[in-house]
Design a protein around this ligand. Structure first.
Ligand SMILES: Cc1cc2nc3c(=O)[nH]c(=O)nc-3n(C[C@H](O)[C@H](O)[C@H](O)COP(=O)(O)OP(=O)(O)OC[C@H]3O[C@@H](n4cnc5c(N)ncnc54)[C@H](O)[C@@H]3O)c2cc1C
Length: 381
């Protein structure tokens, strides 16, 4: 990485840290209790250029390499310490890329700029009640009806699903299996579309929805690419999502270490601060060791992506990095809660929230088991 890029990364991380410490961290507890964060946060993030990072200028974004996009997710996770905010505020980063890659120019201009300005919310809807890992078997159907499609089916666990103004939906337009899948953009206010919020273990302030499609009509021009192009679009999209999830997990692991370190420096037991105990220092080193290895791996894969590498080995490494990063987050959350003692179990502590939020990082965007299977296949094992 060249010196200019390193400087840019640091400047971006500092900006994001200030934003997260001022606009997110002090409010997260109240937002979690309320079950949502304010829509105004999208505009605030957009004004700083955070929503548009990595998108083409023609659509209102700022092109940026992965070497800059990952530190954004990492710094927001570290300093905002809320998976719910991160998932909701950046749900467009899974909803929009298929539109940018495959949508018609007219559709792109209509849908993307308002989202990057923070005026509209985008979501991605793939998972169904019948299963999420086995994408090739999804059942929501889109049947051609003149110059429209009629969509029927059900999606579940959809981030920003209740509030979304635009949904990128995986549908079956053809034969059983992967080759029968397409992606289509559905407006949130389309007649026949109903949605209800779901309650969950963590990510309380993030909107997670069950969505029902009852004869929802959308223009055929809302399809992304050709009929049957959906499976590849979904898989390509997953690589970026998994990199971002790894970077966020790294940030959450750091938030746990930061909180634990501050605590053990001031907490006295048996006449001395906790940090003076060897066993405590070793826990901190074990956390740091996982953070450092995740950081190095994420940086290396970002650099490879920015050099145009999308080889099977790179895809396998992304899968393994996602597992490594989420395991690092899980380890650090567990150690931090332990070091904080009873305080670690109390609401309002970052580590308590992150401890509740780690499982979704190990399930969403491709579960740990699926990551291993995919890595094995890509590595030819
Ligand atoms: C809070 C939250 C937000 C989410 N947001 C979105 C979203 O915005 N959009 C979206 O489309 N989806 C979203 N998801 C869904 C998520 O991507 C899926 O939950 C995930 O892909 C797993 O699918 P599943 O829940 O159907 O589990 P299943 O596929 O039923 O799997 C259940 C378990 O079996 C394991 N398993 C499955 N197949 C195998 C196998 N062959 N070998 C070994 N083990 C296997 C899995 O690893 C998992 O542990 C979200 C989920 C959550 C919890």
């Amino acid at each position: 990485m060249n010196a200019a890029l390193i400087e840019q990364r640091q400047a971006l991380a500092d900006t994001v840290a200030r934003f997260a410490e001022r606009e997110i961290a002090p409010h997260v507890e109240a937002w979690d209790e309320a079950g949502e964060f304010p829509r105004t946060l999208y505009r605030q993030a957009a004004e700083l250029g955070l929503l548009g990072l990595g998108y083409p200028e023609a659509l209102g974004g700022t092109p940026a390499p992965w070497a800059l996009r990952l530190p954004l997710a990492q710094a927001l996770a570290r300093h905002g310490a809320s998976g719910g905010v991160l998932a909701g505020l950046f749900s467009h980063n899974i909803g929009l890329p298929p539109i940018v890659a495959l949508g018609s120019p007219e559709l792109q201009q209509r849908v993307v700029p308002p989202v990057l300005r923070g005026e509209a919310i985008a979501a991605l809807a793939i998972t169904e009640p019948g299963g999420g890992s086995d994408v090739a078997r999804l059942r929501t159907s889109a049947v051609r009806d003149g110059d429209h499609y009629r969509i029927n089916g059900e999606k579940t666990f959809i981030t920003s699903g209740v509030r979304a103004d635009v949904l990128t939906v995986a549908v079956r337009t053809g034969e059983p299996g992967a080759r029968g899948l397409s992606m289509v953009v559905v407006p949130g206010d389309a007649p026949g579309l109903t949605r209800r919020p779901l309650k969950k273990m963590g990510w309380w302030c993030s909107d997670t929805a069950q969505i029902h499609f009852d004869d929802v009509r959308v223009p055929a021009g809302n399809r992304l690419g050709d009929e049957g192009a959906g499976f590849k679009a979904i898989m390509d999209n997953f690589n970026g999502e998994r990199l971002a999830l790894a970077a966020a997990s790294l940030g959450f692991a750091q938030a746990c270490l930061d909180e634990a370190l501050a605590w053990v420096r001031q907490r006295q037991t048996f006449g001395a601060p906790l940090i003076e105990r060897q066993v405590v220092r070793h826990k901190l080193v074990d956390m740091q060791m996982r953070i450092a290895s995740t950081q190095a791996w994420a940086d290396a894969l970002a650099e490879r992506a920015d050099a145009g590498d999308a080889s099977p080995d790179w895809v396998a490494q992304v899968c393994m990095l996602k597992n490594h990063a989420t395991q690092a987050m899980q380890f650090c959350a567990d150690q931090a809660v332990q070091l904080l003692g009873g305080m670690g179990y109390m609401r309002g502590m970052k580590s308590e929230r992150i401890y509740r939020e780690v499982k979704v990082m190990m399930i969403g965007g491709g579960s740990e088991e699926i990551m291993k299977e995919l890595a094995a296949r890509q590595l030819g094992l």
